[in-house]
Each structure stands twice: as C-alpha cells, then as structure tokens.
Design a protein around this ligand. Structure first.
Ligand code: ARG
Length: 434
C-alpha cells in the first residue's frame, strides 16, 4: 500500500479519478499553517506522554515549524496527490524525516485534526472581520466629521419623509448595525474556546495524551467536552457564516442607500471608486456599492449551503463536512473584502448639499414638523394632521411647495403665522438632531 490511509482492510488503492475528484487539497492547503501549528502541539503532547522520544519530537517539531515558510517560499513543494492537506503534510514529513513521520498521527484522527485546524483558522478570521468592522467605523466617523451636518431627507418607502442631518443617516444605515455585528462576534469567540484535539476519530484515545495541555498550547480554553460533538459540530462555522451574512446584508443595505441617493443626484461619487461605461461617455456609476450590494446574496448562499450540509447528518464526523471549508473561506474572504471596500468608499463620496435641500423642499419634508408645531400649540394631533394634509394638497395644487410659503399664505389657510419658523427644512433637520 502506498497511500497513508489505506490498509489491507480498505480494499486496495483508490481509483485515481476518485482520488483526484474527492481530494480537498486544492482548497484546504490554505490550512497548512494551522495544520502544522496543531501538529506541533500534538507532538508536544506525545512527548509529555512518553509516546515519542525527545529526539523524535525535536525532529518532528522542527520540520513542522519550518514547513509553512518553506512552502510559501517555494523551497518545498507539498505532494499534490494526497487526499487533503493533513496527508500532504504527513507524506512530506515522511520524505524528509523517514520512519519517525509515522509516529505523528499517534492518538489522533483527521477528524479531530481538521476540526482543530478549522477552529484555529476561524479565530484568525474573526480577528480580520473585527479589524474590518473597526476600519469601517473609523472611516464612518471621519465621514461624519467632514459631511455629517448636511440636511438631507430621511426616507420611508423610498419617499421623502422627514429632514435629518446626514450623521443620523450614516449612524442608522451603517454604524449602529455594525456595532451590533461586532457584539455578535463575541458569541463566536465563545464557541471557539473548545479545542477538538484529543477527540480522535469519534471517541478520544486510550493513550495518555493530555488534551487540556494541547488545548492550552493552542490558545484554547479547554479540550473537547465530548469527542462525538467535538469532531461532528460545525456550529462555530455556522455562527461565523451567519455573522458574515448579516454583516454583508448590513453593508448591502447601506450600499443600496448610496446607490439610490447617487441616482437621485444627492450623492457625488469620487472618480477613484466610480465605474465608467464602455459606451456612454457621461457615466459615473456606483460600482463599488453595487458590487457590495450583490455580494450579500453570495453570503446567503453560503449560509444556506452550510445549514443544508449539516442538517441531514447524524452525529460525529462525515465526509460531507469536507465541503464546509470552501463555504467558510468564501464567506470570510467575501465579507472582509466588502468591509475594506466600504471603508475605502467612505473616503470617496459626499452629499450634494443643494440637491439635498432641493429634495427636502420638493418632497415637503417639513410636513410632520408643521403638524407637531400645531400640536405643541395645543391642537389635537388628528386635527393638526388633517389641517397640514389639506395645506400640502392646496400648496401642491397651486404648483408650489411648503418651503415657499410665507406668513400671509399660512394665515390665508387659517393657520398661525408662527408656523413659518418651521418651513425651512435645514432648520428642521438641525432641530431634530440636537
Ligand atoms: N479532508 C477531510 C475534511 O476536510 C479531512 C478529514 C477526513 N476524515 C476522514 N475520516 N476521511 O473533512
């Protein structure tokens, strides 16, 4: 037998076409650093248990520690005809160290190994998502410093609703949702606290390897609580993909706002992030925000696929789980990229103050403020609501807008002249944002 995971009982060699099709190496080679890190902790566990000698442990640790750098530098090329990165590493150790490589897998299975690698990777993924969110929040607060005091419409049903200052819009469309997402990631950190290493294939090992020590060497809080769960659960993966999907959805909704505001001429995009048309010379398209909006759909797909992958499985490890990695990698790469682009995009768009004011006037955005001014003067709300509705109707019928009325116009409609103080949408926005 030439393959690592083949014995007389396995039934001969794998069909090369099946091996090539079923191998995860092209995708999970990305886990090489985590795989070597996990294996080093495992070798130290074997050393403490007296299952490898000091010289053997030293040789294995040195080779494992050097491998990711050597592969990255191109001085070592891992065998690409193995089932996965775990076997490629063991096979590579066999090439360089000989028989001692055969001791590495003592008391371990690829089932606890891959689960450990993935959790180590997920910890880094979590940190890069947190960094990405922090960069967007920093960029958003810089945006507010530069453009946050502009009066603009808040929309309901995509119709002009009420005047607000632009910092309220960015806060509601971007900052608050992302702050919540950052807190959601705390749940993930908690789910990543358990090390699967030591769970073996499904029921641990009879050998005296201390899983708590390997766990702490890898930065986990504790070893596997239950080996069946430890090898079979991908709950942390689901939480991670859900977080990516929710962040992606938040970025997409913010992007939809920017696309719509730019299409209405309320937002001006910088050339650094705007797309051109290959035919129409006048175009400046919101490509960055459209791509981010569209990317959210990919995150939904990954979340649905991972849930679907898990739901038909019994407990413990099944080969189906091999498909988890492509989904997780794509979700995390996708959301980290979108966060980077939104942080960049925030430096390259501004509101067009005059167009915002024009939209507020055109949309009669002060109507609710007028209503509340009447209420403050003692009128019951429903009466005020109808009076202002009638005023809007009469004004529009005359081809005018509320903001163009004066005290005499108001008095002609039987309304107090003092309402004129509430006709300016910019002042209305400022009043609401105090
Ligand atoms: N490539 C496999 C995966 O990604 C590694 C675990 C294989 N385990 C097994 N019992 N065949 O899930």
């Amino acid at each position: 037998m030439t393959r690592i995971a083949r014995t007389a009982a396995t039934g001969g060699e794998l069909d090369p076409a099946f091996l090539a099709w079923s191998s995860s190496f092209a995708i999970d080679r990305r886990l090489l650093p985590q795989d070597c890190q996990g294996s080093i902790a495992h070798v130290e566990g074997l050393r403490r248990a007296g299952l490898v000698s000091a010289e053997e442990a030293d040789a294995l640790v040195a080779a494992l520690a050097a491998m990711p750098g050597a592969v990255e530098a191109g001085t070592v090329v891992l065998p690409d005809d193995e089932e996965d990165v775990h076997m490629a590493v063991e096979s590579q150790l066999g090439r360089t160290l000989g028989a001692v490589a055969g001791k590495l897998h003592t008391g371990r299975s690829r089932n606890d190994q891959v689960a450990t690698d993935l959790k180590l990777w997920a910890k880094q993924a979590l940190e890069s998502i947190e960094r990405g969110i922090d960069r967007v929040l920093e960029a958003a607060s810089r945006w507010c410093d530069a453009h946050g005091e502009i009066a603009m419409p808040a929309y309901t049903h995509r119709q002009v609703a009420i005047p607000v200052l632009s910092r309220l819009w960015i806060g509601g469309a971007l900052q608050e949702p992302l702050r919540r997402d950052r807190r959601l990631l705390l749940v993930l950190a908690d789910e990543l606290a358990e090390s699967p290493l030591g769970a073996g294939a499904i029921a641990g090992t009879t050998l005296p390897i201390d899983a708590a020590q390997t766990a702490s060497a890898l930065g986990f809080a504790h070893g596997p609580r239950n080996p069946i769960d430890a090898v079979g659960s991908r709950d942390h993966g689901l939480t991670l993909v859900f977080a990516c999907a929710r962040i992606g959805m938040h970025l997409a909704r913010f992007s939809a706002d920017v696309v719509e505001l730019s299409s209405d001429g309320l937002v001006k995009l910088g050339g650094a992030i705007a797309g051109g048309s290959s035919m129409m010379p006048h175009k400046r398209n919101p490509d960055l925000f459209e791509l981010v909006r569209g990317a959210a759909a990919l995150r939904h797909g990954e979340l649905t696929a991972l849930l679907g992958l898990m739901q038909g499985l019994g407990s413990g490890y099944h080969r189906d789980l091999q498909h988890d990695k492509a989904l997780l990698f794509s979700a995390v790469d996708g959301v980290v990229g979108c966060l980077e682009m939104i942080a960049l995009g925030l430096g390259h768009f501004e509101l067009v103050e005059d167009a915002c004011r024009e939209a507020l006037i055109e949309g009669d955005a002060v109507a609710t403020d007028l209503c509340e001014a009447l209420v403050a003067g003692g009128m019951p709300f429903r009466d005020a609501y109808r009076r202002i509705g009638a005023l809007v109707n009469a004004t529009r019928t005359a081809g005018r807008r509320l903001a163009t009325l004066d005290a005499a116009d108001l008095e002609r409609e039987g309304l107090p002249a003092t309402l004129v103080e509430h006709l300016d949408p910019v002042r209305a926005a400022q009043r609401r944002s105090r």
